[in-house]
Design a protein around this ligand. Structure first.
Ligand SMILES: C[S@@+](CC[C@H](N)C(=O)[O-])C[C@H]1O[C@@H](n2cnc3c(N)ncnc32)[C@H](O)[C@@H]1O
Length: 289
């Protein structure tokens, strides 16, 4: 067997990230967005463990991880619903973890075809829960995917071709995934995705991105926190962009022809999302081809 270096492993094997889905899953559950079937004991434990840090962050900087999570999740939901209302009915939620989005969307729009996908272990875990609760069927599936695989059963190309009507557009979502990879690595995925979306005109990609704050103290603190999270998850936690313009230019370079970078501030008062004291760090990216 070929020995791999730690650096190589961080690119080819991203299973270390998976446990973070238990924390986000607990956040969705605590805020009334999820179903009991998706609540996990580990998630509850992580939620309690994180509470003092989240409270301190809220007091000091006027926002915390939970604020950004809820902002991104609910804005992505809103943009999905807008796209469904325009007639797109095929949805692929990559890195679904314990996201309750599939359950909620299928309840509201029974005609959509919802495919949830994650690394094999997480996909099996999610599928077994949704099977017990009776949610799975021909129009609500859970399947393995690995965004780093460029060929084979778990590649994006195979999953898309096998799952959907390839003459129709698809809404593709990655939430809570891209920041665990360096910009060069995740850009390869974005380029492949843009190519597949070009073959399915009208498709939309939704994701979030965290901007690096300009304030030096906050910048330093976040870099340190990112380093810790990177070590714990064995990944390259990265802030990819300095500002909205840089994000837009980068996505254009990956092959997306239309791009909107949504600031949560624009949804205050319109959506039921928490408000940050300062400019939120999170943005939601809506990309088309
Ligand atoms: C922070 S969680 C986000 C889960 C969910 N989207 C949410 O917001 O609650 C990150 C997810 O990415 C998944 N993941 C990690 N590496 C992946 C890869 N190479 N391909 C697909 N999913 C991956 C993990 O298994 C985990 O479920």
């Amino acid at each position: 067997m070929k020995l791999r270096t730690v650096k190589d492993r961080s690119v080819k094997d991203s299973t270390g990230i998976s446990f973070t889905a238990l924390y986000t899953g607990a956040v969705w559950h605590r805020h009334g967005l999820s179903d009991d079937i998706l609540a996990t004991d580990q998630g509850k434990w992580l939620y309690h463990l994180m509470t003092p840090f989240e409270a301190a962050s809220k007091a000091v900087v006027g926002g915390n991880l939970r604020t950004f999570l809820l902002q991104r999740h609910l804005i992505i939901d809103h943009l999905i619903e807008q796209t469904i209302d325009r007639g797109v009915t095929q949805i692929l939620e990559i890195a679904c973890g314990m996201s309750p989005r599939g359950i909620r969307l299928r309840e509201k729009y029974p005609k959509i075809h919802m495919a949830e996908a994650d690394l094999p272990n997480m996909a099996t875990r999610k599928a077994s829960r949704l099977l017990i609760s009776g949610h799975l069927g021909a129009r609500h599936q859970v399947m393995p995917i690995d965004i780093l695989a460029t060929a084979g059963d778990h590649s994006l190309e195979t999953v898309m071709a096998r799952t959907f009507d390839n003459n129709e557009p698809v809404i593709v979502i990655t939430e809570g995934l891209t920041s665990y990879f360096s910009l060069p690595v995740i850009s390869e995925f974005w380029k492949r995705l843009a190519g597949l979306m070009q073959e399915r005109p009208g498709s939309v990609y939704l994701s979030e991105s965290y901007l690096m704050p300009t304030q030096p103290l906050l910048r330093g603190g976040l870099k340190a926190l990112g380093g810790i999270l990177g070590t714990v998850t064995r990944s390259d936690v990265s802030f990819h962009f300095e500002d909205d313009r840089q994000a837009a230019e980068h996505f254009a370079g990956c092959g997306f022809s239309s791009l909107t970078v949504h600031n949560p501030v624009d949804f205050y008062g319109r959506l039921s999302i928490p408000e940050s004291r300062n400019d939120p760090m999170v943005r939601v990216v809506e990309a088309g081809v």
